[in-house]
Design a protein around this ligand. Structure first.
Ligand code: AHR
Length: 503
C-alpha cells in the first residue's frame, strides 16, 4: 500500500462539463448497424426494425451524440443510396471494410433511431470520393424545410420536418493512406474549406469539424493540423483527434498509463491549433472534437477485414472482448477528456454496438454489457456542472513506454445548483494499492453518497453474453469522510467514482 494525497477546491475550474464529451459512434461496419441497432424481426424490434433492447442500453449508457455513418466507410459512401423505398436501394461494395452494403439502413432510419435513443446526430460527409456538391445535397435533404428537390424527397420519404443537424464532420481520417480518396494536408485543407464555405451558405450556424490526425503516431501529425488549419481556419470550428489504445502483450503498466498519451496528444493539438491561429492572425479558437477514442486490439483476428471475392453483408468485425483493465483505461481516458474540457468540446467513444463497443448483441437474441460499459455510464450519468482540477501528490509508476507516471489520476465535477461533488479517480499501478487522502475542505460540509470501485483480482476477466454481472463496480467499504477529509483505499489497477452531496 502506498499513500497519495489530493485536493479539490471549487475555485479550480477548468470549464463546464460538456454533454458532448459523452458521445459515441455508429459506423456501417461489421454488425454495428445490421443486427446491432437495426434488426427487423428481432423480438424487441419496432415497426422500423430498431432494436428496443439496444436503445434501452444506449440510454442507460448516457450517450449524448452519435457520429454516423463512418469512419472509413463514409469515404466511399453515397448517402442517396440509403434513402427512399428500401426495395429500390442499391447494394454496393464497401471498400473500407471489404463488405457489401445493402443500404437497408440510411439517413432517415438513423434520424428516427436518434430521436428514439434521445441522442444528437453528428453527421460525417464523404470527402474521399466526393466533394462540395454532394456536401450541399445531403445538407439540403437533411436541413431545408421544403421547396427543393432534395427537401421534398425527404418529405416524400416520410420526414416532414427538417432534421436541422448541427454538427458535421468534413470527411474522415483523410491523413490516412488507408482512406479511400486519401489526400495531402494541403489538398484536404482546401477541399474542407470549400465544402465548409458552401455548407455555411446553406446553414450559417453549423458546427463543422475538420479532420485532424488519425493518431498521434502518424508521421504527418502536427504538420497535418497546421496545414489543414492554414487552409480552413475561419471556416471550421473544430479539429478532430482519433486515437486507440491497447496493451502490448504483457505490458500492463504502460497500457494503464494510456491517459498520458492521450493527454500529450490533446496538448499538442491545442498548441498546433493556437500556432495556426497566431500565424493566420485569427481571433477565434479552434477546439477539439476527439471523435474516435477507445481501447482497440487492432492486430487481433476480428479486426482483419475479409478479402478476395468474399464481400459479406455485416460480417463479424472488430468485436473485441474487453477485460477489466481495458475498462480501467476507458475510465482514465474519460478522466483525461474531462481534464481537457477547456479545449476538448466533443468526443465519441468508438464505437457503440458490437464493433469495439460497450454494448453487444446476439442476432435474434440477447444484449450484454462489456466491462467498458460501466466507467462510461457512471461518468456520463454523474459528471455535472463545472469540471475541477484535482491537485495530486502521487507515487510514481515506471512504464516502458512513458517513463515515470503518476499512479493516481483524478478529476472532479461540481454542480453548484445541487452542491454535488463527484471525484473520478484511477489507480494505474499494476501492483500497489493506494491509500488516498482527499481534501475537500473548501466546500460546504459534504456527505459521502457513493463510493464505487471497478477492479478485479484478475484484471483480464472478460464479460460475456452468459456472464456480464460477475464483476461490477461495487461499494468501496474503505471510504470514510470526516469534516470534508476523505480517506479511501484504491486497489491496484482500479477505477473509482466518489459522489458527495451537501450534508
Ligand atoms: O472505428 C473503426 C475505424 O477506425 C474507423 O472506421 C476509422 O475512422 C478508424 O481508423
Amino acid at each position: 500500500m502506498k499513500n497519495a494525497r489530493a485536493t479539490v477546491d471549487p475555485a479550480f475550474v477548468i470549464g463546464p462539463v460538456r454533454t458532448r464529451t459523452f458521445g459515441s459512434f455508429v459506423e456501417h461496419l461489421g454488425r454495428c448497424v445490421y443486427t446491432g441497432i437495426y434488426e427487423p424481426g428481432h423480438p424487441t424490434a419496432d415497426a422500423e426494425g430498431l432494436r428496443q433492447d439496444v436503445i434501452d442500453l444506449v440510454k442507460e449508457l448516457g450517450v449524448s451524440t452519435v457520429r454516423y455513418p463512418g469512419g472509413n466507410f463514409v469515404s466511399g459512401y453515397r448517402w442517396e443510396d440509403g434513402v427512399g423505398p428500401k426495395e429500390a436501394r442499391p447494394r454496393r461494395l464497401d471498400l473500407a471494410w471489404h463488405s457489401t452494403e445493402t443500404n437497408e439502413f440510411g439517413l432517415d432510419e438513423f434520424m428516427t433511431w436518434c430521436a428514439k435513443a434521445n441522442v444528437e446526430p453528428m453527421m460525417a460527409i464523404n470527402l474521399g470520393t466526393r466533394g462540395v456538391a454532394e456536401a450541399i445535397d445531403i445538407l439540403d435533404y437533411a436541413n431545408i424545410p421544403g421547396g427543393t428537390a432534395f427537401s421534398e424527397q425527404r418529405k416524400a420519404n416520410g420526414a416532414h420536418e427538417p432534421y436541422r443537424i448541427k454538427m458535421w464532420c468534413l470527411g474522415n481520417e483523410m491523413d490516412g493512406p488507408w482512406q479511400t480518396g486519401h489526400k495531402t494536408a494541403a489538398e484536404y485543407g482546401r477541399l474542407a474549406a470549400e465544402a465548409a464555405r458552401a455548407m455555411r451558405q446553406v446553414n450559417p450556424d453549423l458546427e463543422l469539424v475538420a479532420c485532424g490526425s488519425s493518431t498521434s503516431d502518424m508521421d504527418t501529425f502536427g504538420s497535418w493540423e497546421y496545414t489543414v488549419l492554414g487552409e480552413a481556419y475561419e471556416q471550421v470550428d473544430y479539429i478532430s483527434a482519433h486515437e486507440y489504445y491497447f496493451e502490448d502483450e504483457g505490458d500492463l503498466a504502460s497500457f494503464l498509463a494510456s491517459g498520458d498519451k492521450m493527454s500529450n496528444f490533446i496538448d499538442s493539438v491545442v498548441a498546433t491549433a493556437d500556432a495556426a491561429r497566431a500565424a493566420g492572425k485569427h481571433t477565434k479558437r479552434i477546439n477539439i472534437s476527439f471523435d474516435e477514442w477507445n481501447v482497440w486490439y487492432q492486430k487481433s483476428t476480428p479486426s482483419v477485414p475479409p478479402s478476395g471475392d468474399d464481400w459479406p453483408v455485416a460480417p463479424v468485425l472488430l468485436e473485441d472482448n474487453y477485460n477489466v483493465a481495458d475498462a480501467v483505461v476507458v475510465g482514465d481516458l474519460l478522466i483525461t477528456l474531462l481534464r481537457h474540457t477547456d479545449r476538448v468540446h466533443s468526443a465519441s467513444l468508438a464505437q457503440l454496438v458490437n464493433v469495439i463497443a460497450p454494448i453487444m448483441t446476439e442476432p435474434g437474441g440477447r444484449t450484454w454489457k462489456q466491462t467498458t460499459f460501466h466507467p462510461f455510464a457512471l461518468t456520463a450519468n454523474n459528471a455535472r456542472g463545472q469540471v475541477l482540477r484535482v491537485a495530486i501528490n502521487s507515487p510514481k509508476v515506471t512504464t516502458a513506454k512513458y517513463g515515470e507516471v503518476d499512479a493516481l489520476t483524478a478529476v472532479a465535477t461540481y454542480d453548484e445548483a445541487t452542491g454535488d461533488v463527484v471525484v473520478f479517480a484511477a489507480n494505474r499501478s499494476v501492483g500497489d494499492s493506494l491509500e488516498l487522502s482527499l481534501n475537500l475542505g473548501s466546500f460546504e460540509e459534504l456527505k459521502l453518497e457513493d463510493a464505487l470501485t471497478y477492479t478485479n483480482d484478475d484484471p483480464y476477466w472478460q464479460a460475456s453474453a452468459d456472464d456480464d454481472t460477475s464483476v461490477l463496480p461495487t461499494a468501496n467499504a474503505s471510504a470514510v469522510i470526516e469534516s470534508n477529509r476523505v480517506s479511501v483505499e484504491l486497489p491496484a489497477a482500479s477505477w473509482s467514482m466518489l459522489r458527495f452531496t451537501a450534508a
